[in-house]
Design a protein around this ligand. Structure first.
Ligand code: AMP
Ligand code: ZN
Length: 112
């Protein structure tokens, strides 16, 4: 069993409010939302962060970024959203399974 929290969410071992799934990625609500809408999009495969991305991941990341605006629209973010991707201690990354934060729907609070 993995000790990665987001792998465990992917595998259904830790509950989360999952809003989207495809072959590449999963999206679920952030447990401590910093905006009226705040969800995370993770690659299914465990990639730590952008330091861990390889040339062979280019298509995967492209497909995830194509999915993000579709997921955002499904959550009502038709007028736009903010995307944040923290990498490493210098980026205040807390969970070491790469994730895009997607925020919108009003004011953001306390976002590093
Ligand atoms: P980061 O600092 O970019 O690594 O962000 C990690 C994010 O994961 C934070 O916004 C947390 O609120 C969120 N988070 C932590 N645990 C969970 C969980 N069990 N379910 C959903 N989101 C979580
Ligand atoms: Zn993981």
């Amino acid at each position: 069993m993995t000790d990665c929290l987001f792998c465990r969410i992917r595998d259904g071992e830790v509950p989360a409010e999952i809003i989207y799934k495809d072959d590449d990625c999963i999206a679920f609500k952030d447990i401590h939302p910093k905006a009226p809408v705040h969800f995370l999009v993770i690659p299914r495969r465990h990639i730590e962060n952008l330091f861990d991305v390889a040339e062979s991941d280019v298509e995967l990341l492209g497909r995830i970024q194509l999915a993000i605006p579709q997921i955002a629209k499904s959550q009502g973010l038709d007028s736009g959203f903010r995307t944040v991707l923290n990498t490493g201690p210098g980026g205040y990354q807390e969970v070491y399974h790469m994730h895009y934060h997607v925020l919108g729907g009003g004011q953001f609070t306390g976002f590093n």
